[in-house]
Design a protein around this ligand. Structure first.
Ligand code: RFL
Ligand code: PHB
Length: 392
């Protein structure tokens, strides 16, 4: 059994899988270690919105074929408040668009691409620990099929999400963490129904935020703001529809189409950044280093941007004999991350019901919404962040 790889990647989410794919295209071998089963990884329902830059990377690296066929390209989004809907014309304003294509479909496409070239992904591993990241030869120990194994490598990529183990391997005296936990969550449902709208609707209502998104011509994704400790299984379908209808209704008579609800879940909301994203030969990417609230649809896109940068830096190391890009990885990645953190925070504050806000602050929130939908400059600010700022 092989015991050394140039790069060991912990985590088979979008970050880890895309990194292994990009490295393969550059002729750099890697192995991916994942604690969950393949089935679990391929079926976890999460993100849906891909920025233009994410689409471009998937297309240019040969894994965009199904996304082009099954994903839906959207040229605008709608902001609903005060009984009216207002369109933000993303493409008219920026020349760019977004694609709605589920994260677990991206994951399936990446796993298929790795399999096609015998790329190694070990599922169901446990007890992963990383060692000697300060040395020229770090290693990763884990258990698979009841056997303890240890792999040495040149680099470890910590792509193991917010609850992973890699971030903790950066010593606490050099690691800084910035965090905000929001006093609300999102209640998410999957519904068997045709789309109610051609574009995503972000609704701000006195009862709280709601989002109408889509997955396919027959499956719709909807969310509404709730208490973060809410237990999804205790909510009847009737109660869910009541919240969704109330928060999205508009004066023009438009009404959400109902259907069978076949999945319910509640997600908590936080903003989080750990810096630096590198220590010795350990590099963090994606949710392992940062979390955004989902309102800006940035989480998976940031993970993609991180590994795109990391893959290029590793290419420089192996093929151009320079470590400059690796040394600059954390600082360069964090510029984009802080921008996305601000955008996600701003969208969240603007669109959610804020129980801690004074009446004055509530008026400020409405004034901001009115401005965003009426000023070209303000709409453009939202649009250029939503479709994603250029990567380089
Ligand atoms: P992931 O996807 O969490 O993958 C990490 C993987 O690492 C594994 N793992 C371990 N493996 C081995 N050993 C260990 N010790 C391990 N610990 C963990 C895990 O099992 C997992 O498979 O992180 P990654 O790759 O950084 O990707 C991040 C994205 O998944 C995340 O940012 C997005 O889902 C966020 N997000 C959205 N992002 C968007 O760009 N657009 C969206 O529209 C969007 N909507 C969302 C979202 C996230 C949501 N939730 C559920 C928080 C909507 C929601 C509701
Ligand atoms: C989704 O479709 O899951 C989705 C869309 C937009 C967001 C967050 C999630 O801002």
């Amino acid at each position: 059994m092989r015991t050394h790889y140039p790069v060991v990647i912990v985590g088979a989410g979008p970050a880890g899988l895309l990194l292994s794919h990009l490295l393969h295209l550059q002729g750099i071998e890697s192995i991916v270690l994942e604690s969950r089963s393949r089935e679990a990884v391929e079926s976890t329902i999460r993100a849906g919105v891909l920025e233009q830059g994410t689409m471009d990377i998937l297309n240019e690296t040969g894994v965009g074929e199904r996304m082009r066929r099954e994903g839906a390209v959207h040229h605008g989004i709608e902001l609903a408040f005060g009984g009216a809907r207002h369109r933000i014309a993303l493409t008219e304003l920026t020349g760019r668009a977004i694609t709605v294509y589920a994260q677990h479909e991206v994951i399936k496409d990446l796993i298929a691409a790795r399999e096609a070239v015998q790329g190694e992904i070990l599922f169901d591993v446990s007890d992963v620990s990383v060692h000697d990241v300060d040395s020229a030869q770090p290693s990763v120990q884990f258990v698979v099929d009841g056997q303890t194994r240890r792999l040495t490598c040149d680099f470890i990529a910590g792509c193991d999400g917010f609850h992973g183990v890699c971030r903790e391997a950066i010593p606490s005296d050099v690691r800084e963490e910035y965090q905000r936990v929001y006093p609300f969550g999102w209640f998410g449902v999957l519904v068997e129904a045709p789309p109610s709208s051609d574009e995503l609707i972000y609704a701000a209502h006195e009862r709280g935020f709601a989002l109408i998104s889509t997955r396919s011509p027959m499956v719709q994704r909807m969310y509404f703001q709730c208490d973060p400790s809410e237990r999804a299984e205790t909510w009847s379908d009737e109660r869910i529809w009541h919240e969704l209808h109330t928060r999205t209704e508009s004066d023009d008579g438009w009404r959400l189409k109902e259907g069978r609800i076949f999945q319910k879940n509640v997600v908590a909301m936080r903003s989080f950044v750990a810096t630096p994203m590198q220590h010795g030969r350990l590099f963090l990417a994606g949710d392992a280093a940062h979390i955004v609230p989902p309102t800006g649809a940035k989480g998976m896109n940031l993970a993609v941007a991180d590994v795109w940068r990391l893959a290029r830096a590793l290419d420089d190391f192996y093929h151009r004999d320079t470590e400059d890009a690796l040394k600059g990885y954390s600082a360069a990645a964090l510029k984009r991350i802080w921008r996305a953190e601000h955008f996600s925070y701003w969208m969240t504050r603007m669109l959610h019901r804020l129980d801690d806000a004074s009446p004055f602050e509530q008026k400020m929130q409405r004034a901001e919404l009115e401005y965003v939908v009426s000023s070209r400059a303000a709409s453009l600010t939202l649009a250029e962040n939503y479709v994603g700022l250029p990567l380089a």
